[in-house]
Design a protein around this ligand. Structure first.
Ligand code: C2E
Ligand code: MG
Ligand code: MG
Ligand code: MG
Length: 270
């Protein structure tokens, strides 16, 4: 009987795996179509300084599917990242972001953050393509921040560092997104040209209830500040979190408490 059960389980997992592959295939081909059919759009989420002035915004991709409605990047980015499709999506969002920055009146201090996937960053022509886009849209390099995750550092680190250096020499900045969820230490990040750390939402969401999470964020913030990093807290949702974060010193705050991501075409400065 056990054997029979085991057999059934294998079939079940098999079927689930097949369904999973089919789902990925549908999303992948749907995305190819989305690029062609103009179903993608640029959304922006504002970020604020401790004094509540506008610090900048983060560019976030959205997929408006004609039948399924809005599909979350949390669902389709990981699938796009499995192939060069992420390079096409990445090129698209970069061009949209820089075009928006050129055509929108913002302060010189306004910084636009764009998420960059490891596969996109590792392309040999990433730096030249970005430079060409920045020239086309007259981008002030100091207004562009590239958000990368710690997973980039498991790639060829010498090449990663070299590319980061050539971009920072131009004046572009780097931010470590979802900081704290990966394996890299502050000591390691110090050896890279990085200007900003974005503390992951999972820590921020717990600082109200969990003393341990609060202590952890306090220590990360204190060390990061002493090391000269700009600090961003992501996923700030409550007044209590704002107060706790402000008590830890000046940092940039981003989250639903302040502003939800909004269509770039609807952008209004607050
Ligand atoms: P991320 O870069 O860490 O972006 C922050 C995510 O948290 C966004 O989700 C944002 O809408 C969400 N968020 C912001 N504030 C709050 C809050 O207060 N509470 C909660 N619960 N969530 C908040 P989104 O737009 O769904 O994007 C998810 C992820 O998809 C991003 O995480 C990023 O890793 C990826 N992604 C989005 N757009 C792009 C893109 O253009 N290129 C690449 N490579 N990845 C992208
Ligand atoms: Mg991000
Ligand atoms: Mg993040
Ligand atoms: Mg995150």
């Amino acid at each position: 009987q056990a054997k029979e059960k085991g057999g059934n389980q294998i079939t079940l997992y098999d079927d689930q795996y097949k369904a999973h592959l089919e789902q990925n295939f549908i999303i992948h081909s749907g995305l190819l179509n989305a690029l062609k059919e103009d179903q993608l759009s640029l959304f922006l989420q504002a970020k604020y300084n401790a004094d509540t002035s506008l610090a900048g915004a983060e560019a976030l991709l959205r997929w408006q599917h004609p039948e399924k409605g809005m599909i979350s990047p949390g669902l389709f980015i990981p699938i796009a990242e499995k192939s060069d499709l992420i390079v096409d999506l990445g090129d698209w969002i970069l061009a949209q972001s820089l075009a928006w920055l050129e055509s929108t009146p913002v302060e010189d201090s306004f910084q636009l953050s764009v998420n960059i996937s490891p596969r996109q960053f590792m392309r040999t022509d990433f730096v030249t393509k970005l430079e060409a886009l920045m020239a086309k849209y007259h981008t002030r390099p100091s207004q562009l921040v590239l958000e990368v995750t710690e997973s980039l550092f498991i790639d060829d680190i010498d090449e990663v560092k070299q590319k980061m250096l050539s971009l920072t020499e131009l004046g572009v900045q780097f931010s470590i997104d979802d900081f704290g969820t990966g394996y890299s230490s502050l000591a390691y990040i110090r050896s890279l040209p990085v200007q900003e750390l974005k503390i992951d939402r999972s820590f921020i969401s717990e600082i109200g209830q969990d003393k341990g999470a609060r202590a952890l964020v306090e220590v990360i913030v204190a060390i990061a500040r002493h090391m000269g990093f700009r600090i961003v807290a992501e996923g700030v949702e409550t007044r209590e979190q704002v107060e706790l974060l402000n008590s830890m010193g000046a940092m940039v705050l981003q989250g639903f408490y302040f502003a939800r991501p909004q269509a770039a075409s609807d952008w209004s400065v607050k």
